[in-house]
Design a protein around this ligand. Structure first.
Ligand SMILES: Cc1cc2nc3c(=O)[nH]c(=O)nc-3n(C[C@H](O)[C@H](O)[C@H](O)COP(=O)(O)O)c2cc1C
Length: 408
């Protein structure tokens, strides 16, 4: 029997899909509703102590959107946000965790916590209260990109400093028995070294990754960064599809360390989910796709991933977990002997001329087109760089064919 069930940090999950710590886990009632829709787990919105004031701006969410080829409707490609941690404090969340664990004992519930970099007592208090409340595990938020919380180092400021991060993991490790997951930022130079340091300090697993620090855009009329809060803006967190390549890279760096990894960043489809699994993630966290499609996106995620398992002759995800890691190699180990050349399928070509323009002005001047814009490939000039394949608006119209004779 093929199953999506996975084991993660000693817990058995019905499927690998977990709601990330974010707006879809804003309240206890919302998490309960998501569990009813089929989510196997959730990470609470990051919990602050009662003494920490959390005042959000309005607005605090913006997006990068584009018009699809076939319709003019606005489609969101990525979000950027300057939202802080939960506006609800530890007292609300601890009671909520106990209730959720009682009502949904078979679901995986992680408490996301965050405190000041130097505040040992606060980290220990949050961790021990969450453990006592019944949280399955802790997720240490070392990765929020915007420094809007207390006027001290929090979030990514911790994840970017191995010494501070290690110290905090050590404090929490000494205080609780439940598993500790560290949610990482990819805005560091060496995730492998950081990950190893945190494992030595007691981390049981990782979440790769939190949102990435960006300025999403600038309003051309008001000159305000976006989202604009009365004409001013701040560095925010990039999420959604645009984040996926960064998150995949981070996952590929952390997974070889051998601890369980929860992949997170741009998972919108089952294909995205499968990519994270192949790079070593055993569970998958989702936020932006739910912000766009609602909790029911879980149905397509589960159905698609299950079919993928079946098509690959696997009975469970662990059989595919990390399968792509061996193919992530240094550039010097890549095959430079096999050469390829563009091949245009004229039966589907729309004669838009994009391939010829791209090849002329950013390639090898190998594609020319005539008055009717029918592309012709000069095989001697084509270097097989692949640019024409990528700029062509017709799926699979241009492909790269292997040249019969390899040249060095
Ligand atoms: C509006 C917003 C608020 C978020 N708040 C938190 C948070 O409180 N704690 C946290 O660890 N991550 C937070 N995140 C980051 C998400 O948990 C997740 O790491 C990120 O959105 C990438 O996943 P996605 O591409 O599926 O959205 C937030 C994301 C968004 C969009």
């Amino acid at each position: 029997m093929t199953t999506l069930a996975v084991d993660f940090l000693g817990f058995h999950l019905q499927n690998p899909f977990i709601l990330a710590s974010a707006p879809p886990t804003n309240t206890v009632e919302m998490i309960a509703r998501a569990f009813e829709r089929g989510w196997a787990g959730a990470v609470t919105k990051t919990i602050p102590l009662e003494k920490v004031p959390v005042v959000n701006t309005t607005p605090r969410i913006h997006s990068i959107a584009f018009a699809g080829f076939e319709e003019e409707a606005r489609r969101v490609y990525a979000f950027g946000n300057i939202e802080l941690v939960s506006e609800k404090h530890a007292d609300y969340w601890m009671a909520g965790i106990t209730k959720l664990r009682r009502d949904f004992p078979d679901r995986f519930l992680m408490a996301s916590i965050m405190a000041d970099a130097g505040a040992k007592d606060d980290w220990v208090e949050l961790a021990t209260r969450a453990e006592k409340a019944g949280a399955c595990a802790l997720e240490l938020n070392f990765s929020c990109p915007h420094g809007g919380m207390p006027p001290h180092a929090v979030g990514a400021a911790i994840g970017q400093d191995p010494t501070i991060a290690k110290r905090i993991v050590g404090w929490v490790r000494a205080a609780v028995k439940i598993p500790i997951v560290v949610k990482l930022t990819a805005a560091v130079t060496d995730l492998r070294q950081l990950g190893q340091t945190l494992i030595e300090a007691g981390a049981d697993g990782f979440c790769t990754i939190n949102s990435f620090p960006v300025i999403l855009g600038v309003d051309l009329k008001t000159h305000s960064p976006l989202p604009s809060v009365s004409g001013k803006g701040n560095v925010g967190g990039l999420t959604g599809r645009a984040l996926k390549p960064i998150a995949l890279r981070a996952t590929s760096e952390i997974a070889p360390l051998g601890k369980p990894v929860s992949g997170c960043g741009g998972i919108s489809t089952w294909e995205d989910a499968a990519e994270f699994v192949l790079l070593g993630a055993s569970t998958l966290q989702v936020c932006s796709a739910v912000m766009l499609e609602g909790y029911d996106v879980i149905t397509d995620l589960k159905d698609g991933l299950l079919s993928y398992l079946e098509e690959n002759g696997a009975t469970q995800l662990s059989e595919l977990c990390g399968k792509a890691l061996k193919n992530v190699v240094p550039h010097s180990a890549l095959d430079v002997r096999t050469r390829r050349v563009s091949a245009v399928d004229l039966s589907t070509c729309s004669r838009c001329g994009k391939c010829a323009i791209a090849c002329r002005d950013a390639g090898y001047q190998a594609i020319t087109d005539g008055a009717d814009r029918t592309p012709m490939v000069d095989r001697d000039k084509c270097d097989g760089c692949g640019l024409c394949v990528q700029v062509c608006p017709v799926w699979e119209c241009i492909t790269l064919a292997e040249r019969p004779a390899a040249r060095a």
